[in-house]
Write a protein of this length. Structure first.
Length: 205
């Protein structure tokens, strides 16, 4: 902040809150003052909840989603269709698709998309885990639900090439999601229709 606050403790809290995405100086100060006015148990509950994101939150050993245990609720549910696997960029995409109530299969979270400019390579993503799942599970279809960006398309092409020898059907979302959009920002109806009306994945001639 441009103006020095009257308390180093308050200043430090504001600076910490400013590190969150989308939080500017004024918003960070408002958050800090709000926390200051709360009761001690409320603040302790808040800080414990945030701290547990690092100490207790796990990564699902099957799909790489976030979880409280070794297997996330989606992977451990007997009601899910285990023949269909939807490949997404991140955890937010899982949540976005689940909110549509249009998909009942399993997921695989890559943890990003290929982007040489940003230094994100094949080994940085959960691709090896994905390819290992196909022969080990009764998967008949893989849905590539990555963002409609250059990086997303590049990742799609690479995955399709790697999946070809595994003899599974590869499909992608119908183009209801606008070019350049991330799934988490698509409205639920459009995203749901894109999943239901998915099409076979094809590479350009």
């Amino acid at each position: 902040m441009n103006n020095q606050l009257p308390s180093v403790i308050l200043q430090n809290a504001v600076e910490a809150l400013r590190t969150l995405p989308g939080v500017g100086s004024r918003t960070a100060l408002r958050y800090a003052l709000n926390l200051m006015r709360r009761t001690q148990p409320e603040v302790e509950h808040f800080t414990t909840a945030v701290s547990r994101l690092k100490t207790d939150l796990k990564t699902c050993r099957r799909c790489c989603n976030v979880s409280d245990s070794d297997l996330c609720p989606i992977c451990s549910s007997p009601k899910r269709d285990n023949t269909t696997l939807c490949v997404v960029e991140n955890v937010q995409d899982v949540m976005a698709i689940e909110n549509t109530n249009s998909y009942n299969g399993l997921y695989h979270v890559l943890g990003g998309v290929l982007s040489p400019i940003d230094g994100i390579r094949i080994s940085d993503l959960n691709i090896a885990q994905l390819l290992a799942r196909i022969p080990a599970e009764p998967i008949a279809e893989v849905i590539l639900a990555l963002p409609t960006t250059m990086e997303g398309d590049t990742t799609n092409f690479y995955l399709n090439k790697q999946l070809a020898p595994l003899h599974v059907r590869v499909s992608t979302l119908a183009r209801g999601v606008a070019i350049g959009d991330n799934l988490e920002y698509a409205d639920e109806v459009t995203l749901g229709q894109s999943i239901v009306n998915r099409i076979p994945f094809s590479t350009p001639n």
